[in-house]
Ligand binder design. Structure first.
Ligand code: PMP
Length: 354
């Protein structure tokens, strides 16, 4: 009997490993998924509650109010913004809008674990360029990896999981080297946590380079990971293409309302981001005082380059009450959470026999 055949590419996909979850009834700090540790603001909860009575209806397909609010927030036009079911979905829509079978997508590695999956599912080919020993992207090597077959380059800044952001000057050099018909996606999922004064300003870069797309999310700084909403910002023609490739009604009514309410509460939410950044500084300083060599982080996580000790460290952290995200044989990513969570992490790292 003949069997229905799955695409052979599926068997080559690396798994997307979700961050460990806190077991029901257990007490632990969840530092495994780069989430915001703070619960939604009362104004955001109220907006979600208000929307609950309308869920028998489809949402506004074009997320009009949210799109306009995002555009006003970033100083771009609404037709430049495309919202989707988390920025991870928007990335897939971008790849399906720009890549044909066999086209190449250049991206750093190690970086966001969804990249190889999204590229393969789009029918494209991954070209991975190693991240430098200090966790920074090697932009000259990424520019050199671009060929006639390259359609898209992904620049993850800050880079998940290693932490550093690219600098504006190196990004300009990179953009000058990349052909203007190659799309450059600046994945800025963690941009609100960046404090490096040399980091680029996404909308400024976009205004100067029509082949750039910004990818942003409400999941991290804005604390809406559970509602799944992110967006791309691009030249209007490219944005229209990404919109055509998007899942219809991909952003729920609740997510649209919560996004708008969150943008209204930007100041309050950015105060929380400041607190997370302060914890990041305390964590990085504490680690370095303990003798750890950790890359700079401009995001809401830090990277411990533990190599073969990654899994052992993760087990010890779990036993101490913090869930972290190990990458076997490579390192451990620890999200920045509440001050109490930092205390526990620093106890684990202080005790860890290296
Ligand atoms: N880009 C990067 C670099 C990320 O780390 C993440 C989340 N882990 C995303 C995009 C996707 O976030 P979301 O789909 O929740 O918007």
């Amino acid at each position: 009997m003949k069997h229905v055949r799955l695409r052979p590419a599926l068997s080559t996909l690396p798994p997307y490993v979700p961050g460990a979850r806190v077991p029901v009834g257990a007490a632990a700090f969840k530092l495994s998924s780069n989430e915001n540790p703070y619960p939604p603001l009362p104004s955001v909860v109220a907006a979600i509650a208000d929307g609950a009575v309308d869920v028998n209806r489809y949402p506004d397909m074009y997320a009009t109010e949210l799109t306009e609010a995002v555009a006003a927030h970033l100083g771009v036009q609404p037709d430049q913004v495309v919202a989707g079911t988390g920025s991870v979905a928007v990335l897939s829509h971008i790849l399906s809008a720009f890549c044909d079978a066999g086209d190449q997508v250049v991206y750093p590695w190690r970086s966001f674990e969804a990249y190889p999956i999204a590229v393969t599912l789009a029918g494209a080919q991954s070209v991975q360029v190693p991240v430098q020993a200090d966790g920074r992207l090697d932009l000259p090597a990424m520019a050199a990896a671009v060929t006639d077959r390259t359609r898209v380059v992904l620049v993850c800044t800050p880079n998940n999981p290693t932490g550093p952001a690219v600098r504006a000057d190196e990004l300009e050099t990179f953009l000058a080297a990349v052909p203007s018909d190659v799309l450059v996606v600046l994945d800025e999922a963690y941009v609100e946590f960046v404090r490096d004064p040399q980091a680029p300003d996404g909308p400024t870069v976009l205004a100067a380079h029509p082949n750039v797309v910004l990818l942003r999310t409400f999941s991290k700084a804005y604390g809406l990971a559970g509602l799944r909403v992110g967006f791309a910002v691009a030249d209007a023609r490219l944005a229209a293409g990404i919109r055509s490739a998007s899942t219809p009604f991909g952003v729920s009514h609740l997510a649209q309302l919560a996004g708008v309410a969150s943008l209204r509460a930007t100041d309050e939410l950015l105060d929380r981001v400041d607190r997370i950044v302060a914890e990041r500084t305390r964590l990085l300083t504490g680690l370095r005082e303990q003798g750890w060599q950790v890359p700079d982080s401009q995001a809401n996580f830090v990277w411990l380059p533990l190599g073969d000790d990654a899994m052992r460290f993760a087990q010890q952290a779990t036993a101490a009450g913090v869930l972290v995200r190990p990458f076997a044989g490579d390192g451990v990513r620890v999200s920045v959470g509440e001050p109490e969570a930092t205390d526990v992490v620093l106890r684990v790292t202080g005790d860890f026999g290296r």
